[in-house]
Design a protein around this ligand. Structure first.
Ligand code: RM4
Ligand code: MN
Length: 385
């Protein structure tokens, strides 16, 4: 139990700045009260999630949504609040120039502009002390024949190589894949295999990030996790859950059992060890639920799945597996999943001087009432989509 608690204490879950802003679907973005007007206020909200869970000490930024004049100052502000800057997420999907792609665009001028943005994101890493750049490309085509699939891979490789060369000591980039949307016929980084192949060619500072919402229904995500971890190429997760497509719902809401299976492969592959460098990030939107508690709940869901994964009796599992005991092995696995780990986590929090129930602690903290009263006027942050 002490080992399990130590592993849980060491786990860090990164929250995304964009989860604190308004979001919605292409039909409607619903504004909520108290929503941050700038990155400084987003960091203040993220600090609340860390204050109540104790395991969310970093916040991912998205550029240009979190553009500020002085990034060193923003990082200082984060430190003052007790959090740090996590991954820098690039955004080459919201400019008119990118209608036909960004780094894979047929025009060299547009490709230069897109790569320039990625390089600017590395500058922001330097200024904020961030060690991770996250690259997601919406690039792809809608119609067969629209562009040359092979040429687009060449253009992608060229841009990635330039960004890779710009990375400093201790910096890395994570390449994210997604099977479709916004491109509907062919996406340029549609799956983990494509991302993996590009990363292997580039070297150790390029790794794959698994966004759990970016797969076809029925995909065995834990297999992908096991494979990438084995190859030293699992850079991290963008956690969220989905019922249909890229729903970006709270992680663990749609399928807590899948989350457990993923976390088991992480534990099994040594992915909780700090030196493996697996980043546990959330990539979510809270369209209809309040945002700060939505993040707290999500962090707790990942922590619960991790605790259950740590509880799997690996010796008993290995014994049953080697004897070919199908039902016995499955029972060992399910025993861990069916354990209620909430008392253990409550105890863990109390041992660290936190309230046992972060949701209740936040609800009674008065923070929401304070921001709802203070944050009046100005432009609420959003996706800018
Ligand atoms: C994409 C992808 C990226 C995220 C954006 C907002 O689908 O998941 O990680 O930055 O959405
Ligand atoms: Mn993502």
């Amino acid at each position: 139990m002490t080992d399990i608690k130590a592993a849980l204490r060491a786990q860090h879950i990164e929250t995304p700045s964009w989860a604190y802003g308004n979001s919605g679907t292409r039909f409607k973005v619903f504004a909520q009260k108290g929503v941050p007007r700038d990155p400084y206020e987003k960091l203040a909200d993220a600090a609340q999630v860390h204050a109540h869970t104790g395991i969310a000490p970093t916040v991912a930024l998205h550029i240009p949504w979190d553009k500020v004049d002085d990034y060193a100052d923003l990082a200082r502000h984060a430190r003052d609040l007790g959090v740090g800057i996590g991954a820098i997420n690039s955004n080459v999907f919201q400019d008119d120039d990118y209608m036909l792609g960004s780094v894979t665009h047929p025009s060299a001028r547009v490709r230069r502009k897109a790569t320039g943005h990625l390089l600017e994101c590395v500058d922001i890493m330097d200024a904020t002390g961030s060690d991770t750049l996250k690259l997601w490309f919406s690039d792809g085509i809608n119609y067969p024949g629209q562009d040359d699939l092979r040429a687009r891979q060449d253009r992608l490789a060229e841009s990635l190589a330039e960004v890779y060369d710009r990375l400093g000591e201790g910096q890395r980039f994570l390449l994210e894949y997604k099977l479709f949307e916004p491109a509907f016929y062919a996406t340029d980084v549609p799956d983990w295999g494509t991302a993996y192949a590009h990363c292997v060619k580039l070297g150790p500072k390029a790794q794959v990030v698994v966004d759990t919402g970016h797969h076809a229904p029925g995909t065995n995500i834990e297999f992908i996790v096991a494979f990438l971890l084995r190859e030293g190429k699992l850079g991290g997760f963008d956690f969220n859950s989905r019922f249909y497509a890229d729903d970006d719902l709270m992680v663990g809401a749609a399928d807590p059992f899948q989350l457990f299976r993923i976390m088991f492969e992480v534990v099994r592959g040594g992915g909780l060890e700090a030196e493996t460098g697996v980043a546990f990030m959330l990539d979510q939107c809270h369209n209809i639920e309040p945002k700060i508690p939505g993040q707290i709940r999500s962090v707790m869901n990942v922590q619960e799945a991790t605790a259950k994964a740590l509880l799997v009796d690996r010796e008993a599992l290995a014994a049953a597996q080697s004897e070919g005991d199908v039902l016995g092995a499955n029972a060992v696995f399910m025993d861990a999943y069916n354990t209620d780990v909430r008392p253990l986590l409550a105890e863990l929090r109390e041992e660290s001087g936190l309230a046992p129930d972060p949701m209740a602690a936040y609800a009674t903290s008065g923070y929401f009432e304070k921001i709802a009263a203070e944050r009046v006027g100005g432009n609420q942050a959003g996706w800018g989509a």
